[in-house]
Ligand binder design. Structure first.
Ligand SMILES: [Zn+2]
Ligand SMILES: [Zn+2]
Length: 381
């Protein structure tokens, strides 16, 4: 058994705050009650901390999925300190190692291979070797003055944002204790555990839609309480993408925030995976599961061959669709000077539409095959 020494600062912080939260918050509520203002303070500070971690610490600083204006980086740095999840340098260093050595119990700081408790919070309570930082993987961040400033003043920022800000908001409204309990204590505990669920539950519960090379899962329920980070299988497969919920209907407020900020120039250079890359990864996973299912069900050889052909044909159509799509976008961007060119342009468009239709039919056929092989398949939609 790992006998790493106990980290007393973290142990005291992470045991006393939840105990106080589940006792003091309801007790105060029972005797004095909370009003709408105090609940609004709670919700706003929850979102402020949560989105600073997901949008700032995670998608901006850890993965560089976009670039952000200094004013936004400053807000994220303050919100990250408010969330008390360590400073940017530590958090990012841990997270980059998590991606690099995912599920490796000796090198992934919060490896899910060591169980729910360890990956959720256990890794913080003791000084494990796997969580030792030398910051060699965050050299790029040392060039960001906001990151360095937050690193130097981290403790002061933690105290100001967790005690000073809620107390001041309470003073303005006439009840300092209520705001400290909801906006300070309860918000702190809930926002920390929401993030930790990504390291624990999002590596255990859900679907491996795009890859099974790591334990990461897609889980739309978790996305609801983690500002969109529940689509963790997608994230581990395409970590350069600023989105975690890749479909437009996926609940991913962090993605919407980053996109909205880009409209006013606060964020730039938003990176995305291509539709073909995403579909190809999903297809490969489905094909792998389908072949395993064939083994299990003793499906005749000629049928397996059909499956293989169908898979290869799907890949070909996907490639064809990518090429024609590219050609159509290029043709669309060209300035038309003669009517003959317009005719050419229409031809490119028609060809693209034709291939798009073939892809649609191909997709339907593939879904039918998967259905015949029985459920469940990851993300058949
Ligand atoms: Zn990540
Ligand atoms: Zn992960």
């Amino acid at each position: 058994m790992d006998k790493a020494p106990i980290n007393w600062t973290n142990t005291v912080l992470f045991t006393t705050t939840p105990v106080f939260a589940i006792t003091l918050v309801p007790l105060y509520g029972y005797f004095y009650g909370y009003d709408l203002y105090e609940w609004i303070v709670f919700i706003l500070l929850m979102a402020f901390c949560g989105m600073s971690i997901t949008g700032g610490y995670h998608r901006l600083w850890s993965h560089k999925t976009y670039r952000a204006h200094p004013s936004l980086r400053f807000i994220f740095a303050i919100g990250g300190a408010c969330a008390v999840q360590n400073d940017i340098l530590h958090w990012v260093s841990d997270h980059r190692r998590h991606h690099r050595y995912v599920d490796n119990n000796d090198r992934d700081p919060y490896s899910a291979g060591k169980g729910f408790w360890f990956s959720h919070i256990g890794w913080i309570l003791r000084d494990y070797k796997s969580a030792t930082n030398d910051f060699s993987n965050v050299k790029d961040l040392r060039e960001d003055p906001i990151v360095c400033w937050q690193h130097t003043h981290y403790l002061k920022l933690v105290l100001i944002t967790n005690i000073g800000v809620p107390a001041f908001l309470g003073y303005l409204h006439g009840d300092i204790i209520a705001c400290l309990l909801l906006g300070g204590l309860l918000r702190l505990v809930l926002s920390q555990h929401a993030t930790y669920l990504i390291n624990s539950l999002a590596h255990m519960w859900g679907q491996q839609t795009y890859s099974d090379s790591s334990s990461a899962r897609d889980n739309s329920w978790l996305a609801l309480i983690t500002y969109g980070e529940g689509y963790h299988n997608y994230h581990h497969t395409f970590q350069w993408d600023y989105r975690n919920g890749v479909k437009w209907w996926h609940y991913d407020p962090t993605k919407w925030m980053i996109r909205l900020c880009s409209l006013v120039g606060l964020t730039q250079d938003l990176k995305r995976s291509t539709l073909a890359q995403i579909e190809e990864a999903k297809l490969e996973m489905q094909y792998r599961i389908a072949t395993e299912r064939c083994e299990l069900l003793n499906i005749p050889e000629n049928w397996r061959l059909c499956l293989k052909q169908e898979y290869e044909q799907f890949l070909e159509t996907l490639q064809l669709w990518t090429d024609h799509r590219q050609a159509w976008y290029e043709a669309k961007g060209k300035k038309i000077q003669r009517s003959l060119e317009h005719w050419d342009q229409l031809q490119v468009r028609d060809k693209y539409k034709e291939v798009q239709y073939s892809l649609k039919i191909q997709r339907r056929r593939w879904q039918k095959i998967l259905r015949n092989l029985g459920e469940p398949f990851p993300n058949p939609a």
